[in-house]
Write a protein that binds this ligand. Structure first.
Ligand code: ADP
Ligand code: ADP
Ligand code: ADP
Length: 213
């Protein structure tokens, strides 16, 4: 399947995507994870992206479209994929459509992680992540077995620099202004499935499975 996950920061995209990936054996591309890796490695791409990311603004369309275009060439991404955090603007969605059209394919389904803004601050400020795998935990909702340590590797967890209440506000503004139109764009094609993302993780997983079955 060719899937897109759309939702505001903290809506649970990163939590659900490994479960979807394991089930359908797809390639999982998260532009946020790729950009953070580039920033950490201080690559030319990372240097260009850092300022916008720190402020909670979107990185330029050309930059992220370039990353996705490159990443989609991987053999593991030929039969299907999960795009997590991309497309985030209508321009990105149009570019993706063009990219897929050339290969004679198209997006099958867009999972819309619908949730009220008011819930997101607690989710975002309590989030801890394992940077190399992208696994996320929450101090209250999904605590690791040992505090500050990844369950699988035993490596330390970190908090993202942009996971503050203040930067969250900018990210939410960007979401409403630039990304919500992407949901309308796909709604017109009749491929959007709305999830109740405020529910507990297991219930959201069940909804995802129902949509994809
Ligand atoms: P996103 O990738 O959409 O930004 P995450 O999946 O990283 O969001 O989730 C944000 C935070 O909220 C994480 O700390 C995660 O553990 C927690 N979380 C995810 N889904 C739920 C849920 N359904 N209920 C409560 N907390 C959740
Ligand atoms: P979130 O938790 O907000 O879903 P992500 O990890 O997806 O966060 O993204 C983190 C940051 O990376 C965004 O605030 C933005 O600056 C940048 N970013 C990620 N994906 C995109 C994209 N498709 N277009 C533009 N900027 C992006
Ligand atoms: P490097 O210093 O290794 O060239 P970059 O910052 O240019 O690092 O890129 C990091 C990764 O992101 C690369 O492996 C490349 O595949 C991808 N990438 C970066 N910029 C682009 C771009 N404009 N178009 C396509 N892929 C890109």
């Amino acid at each position: 399947k060719r899937l897109i996950l759309i939702g505001p920061p903290g809506s649970g995209k990163g939590t659900q995507s490994p479960l979807i990936k394991d089930e359908y054996c797809l390639c999982h591309l998260a532009t946020g994870d790729m950009l953070r890796a580039a920033v950490a490695a201080k690559t030319p791409l990372g240097v260009k992206a850092k300022e916008a990311m720190d402020k909670g603004e979107l990185v330029s369309d050309d930059l992220v479209v370039g990353i996705i275009d490159e990443a989609m060439k991987k053999p593991s991404c030929q039969k299907g994929f999960i795009l997590d955090g991309f497309p985030r603007t209508v321009v990105q969605a149009q570019k993706l459509d063009e990219m897929l059209e050339k290969k004679g394919t198209k997006v099958d389904k867009v999972l819309n992680f619908a949730i009220d803004d008011a819930i997101l601050e607690e989710r975002i400020t309590g989030r801890w992540i394992h940077p190399s795998s992208g696994r996320s935990y929450h101090t209250k909702f999904a605590p690791p077995k040992a505090p500050g340590v990844d369950d699988v590797t035993g490596e330390p967890l970190i908090q993202r620099k942009d996971d503050t209440a203040e930067v969250l506000n900018s990210r939410l503004e960007a979401f409403h202004r630039q990304t919500e139109p992407v949901i309308d764009y796909y709604s017109k094609k009749g491929i959007v499935a709305n999830l109740h993302a405020e529910k507990p993780p297991k219930e959201v997983t069940a909804e995802v499975q129902k949509v994809l079955s």
